[in-house]
Design a protein around this ligand. Structure first.
Ligand code: DGT
Ligand code: MG
Length: 599
């Protein structure tokens, strides 16, 4: 992960928060109000000490506001002190209520928008990104890392600015009372600054490490819940729990370490401010005894100092947690900045319905470096052809389909649909040309009807039923007590494998795409179900280009073209049934010479 400067991260977070600037300015304004309120808070005490208990006159601005008879009476001065105290308290409460409401609304809205953005981006990432990063990491980034925006743009920044304003205001006021004290009070600021500079890199580093450990614990949960049947079947619950606890413990240790660092930093900040306060007290008392300063003024300055160091301390502590949020922001932006590896060209052309002619030209591909999966694959499939793809496990059959649907792009060579490179079509339009039925059908935890309509969300009920009938699924669906409204459970687990497969076939019928992609759709069902599914599949393939991977020869009749793969090479390509003339490993042979060359 690239380490970024704090400033760049701030800039990007603020850019993200820009649509909400009005609300943020509102929070800001409300928080700024706390500064004059803070300045007024110690005033009643000063009046009580100096003008009620002592014999000093009321502060000048009160004398101006009030008639002379009132300002000269002690009882009235006490009344003013008490009244002022209550009035200020109410004002402060109202201010904090308004501020907290607006703050909650704004932060939640900000977070929602940011999460949606990251989610959209992650959905656009290619399969190879998700294969390498893992689901837990993505979940962590969307759910947890995005929260950093709240803290950085609002909870971190605003106190920073408001305390700076408070600081300036207090400096003005205290300087007028006793500039010696001000000087002492501000000398500690550079020390605080140095402290924060020294601790920043350490805190960031530790935060980063903690996050990595935490999402690795999340990964265990996710893996176990996804493969729950396997875990149970092998009785591995305890070991999985150990694995989870082990990783969480590492995360916990790392958090503790972080807390220790933060605590140590807080301790230094606290010590420094305590030194400042002590110095002011020392000098202040001597000034009071010398008669330069009234007792009330000293109390006022001491109260200001508490208010001044308060924000300074919070800013210091916030700077510590801020590092953790900056580490999060860094992780989020690294997703947002990632270059798409299956990009859509700016001038990509739309495609409404392809005729379905597919050509592979010298296609080479590898998922990882130095491990070639497909070598120099060339073949030509006219529109409406039925292609059977056969070959041993691991030969690269699924990979060919992954490239055809552009889940990945080839390392070299070209794949053409209707004589145009796949990369020149709009991605959504391209994917719309394929109906895909996989070996392990994927259903979502909703009703059967909605699962079928996944291919076309606005399909009518009649269309759904027709598709189910064509897929030989209607009969079994009607036997279920709730028919099409039956909930299939998570990943469709309440249905049998054959039933799930027929629903995914119905989906393919409903999609009515010109190209069919079938990856061993019948390998996990019995022969009887297979024949029911094959019958539906025959119907589905009519008038479309179809690619089907199959192992059983029973499913491989009636194909126009047979593509035999071995170790990533086409070894046979023709209309006859398996000739099996396998060549040596790695001998690439483009079987059909291209009719035209070039683009
Ligand atoms: P099958 O389904 O067992 O009959 O085998 P095929 O022919 O469908 O094999 P295929 O294309 O899934 O895999 C070809 C090779 O590529 C094999 O050595 C495993 C590797 N491979 C497949 N999928 C991935 C992937 O997502 N990531 C990586 N790194 N390698 C993969
Ligand atoms: Mg496969």
């Amino acid at each position: 992960m690239r380490v970024r400067g704090d400033l760049e991260l701030y800039r990007r977070v603020l850019q993200q928060a820009r649509p909400h600037w009005l609300k943020i300015a509102g929070i800001f304004g409300l928080d700024l109000l706390s500064s004059p309120l803070g300045l007024l808070t110690p005033l009643p005490l000063k009046i009580a000490v100096d003008s009620v208990i002592g014999a000093h006159p009321l502060p000048a601005f009160l004398q101006m506001l009030l008639p002379a008879t009132v300002s000269n009476s002690r009882a009235a001065a006490l009344g003013i002190a008490v009244g002022l105290l209550i009035f200020l308290a109410i004002l402060a409460q109202l201010q904090s209520l308004a501020s907290s409401l607006l703050r909650t609304y704004t932060t939640e809205k900000l977070l929602l928008d940011f999460r949606a953005l990251v989610f959209r981006r992650l959905q656009r990432m290619s399969l190879s990104y998700h294969d390498t990063t893992g689901t837990a990491d993505s979940i962590y980034r969307i759910q947890y890392d995005t929260t950093s925006i709240q803290y950085i743009s609002i909870d971190g920044l605003i106190p920073f600015v408001t305390s700076a304003v408070t600081l300036a205001a207090m400096l003005c006021v205290t300087t007028r009372i006793d500039w010696h004290l001000t000087l002492v009070a501000v000398t500690i600021s550079p020390i605080l600054l140095l402290l924060s500079q020294a601790y920043r890199p350490r805190l960031r580093q530790q935060s980063r490490k903690t996050k990595d450990l935490e999402h690795s614990a999340l990964a265990v949960i996710q893996e176990v819940l996804q493969a729950f049947r396997v875990v149970k079947a092998f009785g591995r619950e305890e070991q999985e729990e150990d694995r989870y606890v082990q990783r969480s413990r590492e995360g916990m240790r790392s958090r503790l370490h972080l807390a220790l660092e933060q605590g140590r930093y807080g301790l230094f900040v606290g010590l420094t401010t305590a030194l400042g306060t002590a110095a002011v007290l020392w000098i202040g008392v001597r000034h009071v005894t010398a008669g330069v300063l009234t007792l009330g003024d000293l109390l006022l300055v001491m109260a200001y100092l508490g208010q001044l160091y308060g924000p300074l301390k919070t800013v210091g502590q916030k700077a510590a947690s801020l590092q953790s949020y900056l580490a999060s922001a860094e992780r989020v932006f690294s997703v947002l900045d990632r270059v798409e590896d299956v990009p859509e060209h700016a001038g990509a052309s739309p495609l409404s319905r392809a005729s379905g002619a597919v050509t592979f030209r010298h296609v080479c591909f590898s998922y990882e470096q130095n491990r070639t999966v497909l070598r120099d694959i060339s073949f030509d499939v006219p529109a409406g052809t039925r292609v059977a793809i056969v070959g041993r496990t691991g030969a690269g059959k699924t990979t060919i389909l992954n490239l055809l649907t552009r889940f990945y792009d080839p390392d070299s060579g070209q794949i053409l649909l209707d004589d145009v490179d796949l990369r020149n079509y709009k991605l959504a339009d391209l994917r719309n040309q394929f109906a895909i039925v996989l070996q392990e059908p994927v259903l979502f935890s909703t009703t059967i009807a909605e699962n079928i309509a996944y291919a076309r969300p606005n399909a009518s009920e009649a269309e759904i039923v027709t598709a189910a009938k064509l897929a030989n699924a209607h009969d079994f669906i009607m036997k279920l007590p709730e028919g099409y409204q039956t909930q299939v459970g998570e990943r469709g687990m309440r249905l049998s494998g054959g039933e799930r497969q027929r629903i995914s076939l119905a989906r393919a019928f409903l999609k009515d795409a010109p190209i069919l992609v079938l990856d061993e759709p019948t390998s996990s069902v019995d022969l009887k179900t297979e024949s029911v599914i094959m019958e539906a599949m025959e119907r589905l393939m009519k008038g479309r280009t179809a690619f089907m991977i199959a192992h059983r020869s029973s499913t491989l009749r009636d194909f126009d073209l047979k593509l035999e793969l071995e170790a990533g090479c086409v070894v046979s390509n023709g209309t006859s049934v398996a000739t099996g003339q396998s060549r040596g490993r790695g001998t690439a042979r483009p079987v059909l010479e291209e009719r035209e060359t070039g683009g």
